[in-house]
Design a protein around this ligand. Structure first.
Ligand SMILES: [Zn+2]
Ligand SMILES: [Zn+2]
Length: 124
């Protein structure tokens, strides 16, 4: 994926981030503690500007459990746009205090990406 970071901040409600078209046979891609496949029930969406300045939408298939966690107040989802990795943060135990309206933190890069990038630099 070639998103270069220009995240358009959303002030729309969480309901506007949800889209549920064409979900047959699609599995949830978010982080779960086990490897069990879970049918996606909807998409989590976010708009981005690509490097040509065009607005593009990222659609992430999510399952019922994840949708529930997103809508609840206990969890914040960290999602890396670059590599697609995700991580759930439990608010009461989080080091950072997230606002009540924050459900997803979109990252351009995560610890995993930076590790890969470092390795790549070594090879050059
Ligand atoms: Zn899920
Ligand atoms: Zn990443």
């Amino acid at each position: 994926m070639e998103y270069e970071g220009n995240i358009i901040k959303f002030n729309e409600g969480l309901e506007n981030l949800i889209d549920n078209i064409e979900l047959d046979g699609v599995n949830c891609v978010l982080d779960h503690k086990d490897d069990k496949k879970r049918d996606a029930i909807e998409y989590l969406c976010q708009k981005f500007k690509d490097k040509h300045g065009k607005i593009d939408t990222l659609r992430i298939p999510i399952c019922g459990e994840c949708a529930e966690a997103l809508c609840g107040t206990g969890w914040v989802l960290l999602f890396c746009i670059y590599c697609g990795r995700s991580q759930w943060v439990y608010r009461p135990k989080a080091k950072l205090k997230y606002g009540k309206d924050v459900h997803v933190i979109w990252m351009d890069i995560c610890p995993f990406c930076s590790e890969v990038t470092d390795n790549y630099d070594d090879v050059k």
